[in-house]
Design a protein around this ligand. Structure first.
Ligand code: ATP
Ligand code: MG
Ligand code: MG
Length: 350
């Protein structure tokens, strides 16, 4: 069968590998970190760094197509890889989503609603930004933030200095605080032929900045549901996207506001593993391999719950719970804040 290269060996790379293997593909992981969860299930692992041009070229030559589980791949590495094999989703999706300022500008230019935002580089630009946007607001590093890391909240303009200190000199954006009623996400897929398919939107609850649960169906009106799916399709088409994308949305009385996009399979799409015939991982593999997209119709109500750190102690009781599917990532150490696994609770319909 064809060979799929995956950049990144975390749980997303692991679940992509499993899905790929089920379709008969050979998988090759590129992951410099020690003991990558994906390494346990992939056919091959390269442990070289992203600075190692020779290792990157060898990796690329050993596969037919390259995909990734994280968006912060260095540009130089992408240049080397792309000289050998196609990278899907493509470079434009990475360029746009690696930087919150670029991302928000792209979304606004598409005509979608975002939180008000402004570029912040120093105390003076922060003062200007607060003047435009007001408070409450959130200061976020433009790059490398995840699970709420690299963010500082400003309740009032007096919090400016402390918030800027939290950025530790990194370029940042100030975002106006959105008064949302709840958060939802759309896991959307686009094939090589331009076909688009979206999973049913899920409703997300965060705890300590980390996704805690995703519930399907989300609380959305029929109109909101249609809007969510259409705006996701608009984003994918604009990027000539190939693969699965996570689109995070705030639900407000004024409409759906796009928070951020992730050019990869997404934690809030894990429910699809037990709620759909074809889950987000298989859908992504199909897309990047140039297959037709599969049937992602939802056949059950599902609540996904992340197992973080010490939640692992609950595994024995979870393992005997009815209508529950356990997904563990094979990580050795259950550190606080570390994603160790998740469960999908299926709501029985009959
Ligand atoms: P992820 O782990 O999803 O990549 P992240 O670190 O990139 O998270 P965001 O998604 O930007 O961070 O923000 C994390 C959470 O903080 C959001 O899901 C939302 O609950 C809240 N939040 C972020 N931006 C805003 C905003 N402008 N207004 C109100 N709440 C916000
Ligand atoms: Mg993010
Ligand atoms: Mg987010």
């Amino acid at each position: 069968g064809a060979r799929i290269g995956i950049l990144g060996g975390g749980q997303l790379g692991r679940m992509l590998s499993v899905a790929a293997a089920r379709l008969g593909f050979v998988t090759h992981i590129y992951e410099p970190g020690a003991n990558p969860p994906a390494g346990q299930v992939a056919d091959r692992v390269s442990t070289a760094s992203y600075d190692d041009a020779e290792a990157l070229a060898q990796f690329a030559a050993s596969v037919d197509v390259i995909t990734y589980e994280f968006e912060n791949i260095p540009t130089e590495a992408l240049d080397i890889l792309e000289a050998h094999r196609p990278i899907r989703p493509g470079r434009e999706a990475l360029r746009v989503s690696q930087d919150r300022l670029t991302e928000k500008s792209f979304l606004r230019d598409l005509g979608l609603m975002t939180a008000p935002f402004a570029d912040v580089t120093d105390p003076a630009s922060l003062e200007v930004a607060i003047g435009e946007i007001g408070t409450p607001a959130i200061l976020k590093t433009r790059r490398f933030g995840y699970d709420g890391k690299g963010q500082a909240r400003l309740k009032s303009p007096g919090d400016a200095a402390a918030a800027l200190a939290d950025m530790a000199g990194a370029p940042a954006i100030l975002e106006g605080f959105v008064e949302f009623s709840h958060e939802v996400s759309v896991i959307a897929a686009r094939g090589l032929d331009g076909q688009v398919a979206c999973f049913d939107p899920g409703e997300n609850v965060h705890r300590d900045g980390i996704l805690h649960t995703t519930t399907v169906p989300a609380r959305l009106s029929a109109a909101q549901r249609t809007d969510a799916v259409l705006l996701a399709a608009r984003i994918l088409n604009a990027l000539d996207y190939v693969g699965v994308m996570g689109v995070e949305l705030f639900v407000t009385p004024a409409g759906l506001i796009v928070n951020e996009i992730a050019p990869r399979v997404h934690n809030s799409g894990h429910w699809t593993q037990n709620g759909c015939a074809v889950d987000q991982f298989e859908q992504h593999v199909r897309a990047v391999a140039g297959w037709p997209l599969g049937d992602g119709q939802r056949h059950a109500d599902v609540v996904m719950e992340n197992l973080i750190g010490a939640d692992m102690d609950r595994v024995p009781e979870l393992a005997i719970e009815r209508d529950l599917a356990l997904h563990l990532y094979g990580k050795a150490e259950a550190k606080p804040g570390r994603k160790m696994g998740h469960v999908n609770r299926i709501q029985r319909k009959s």
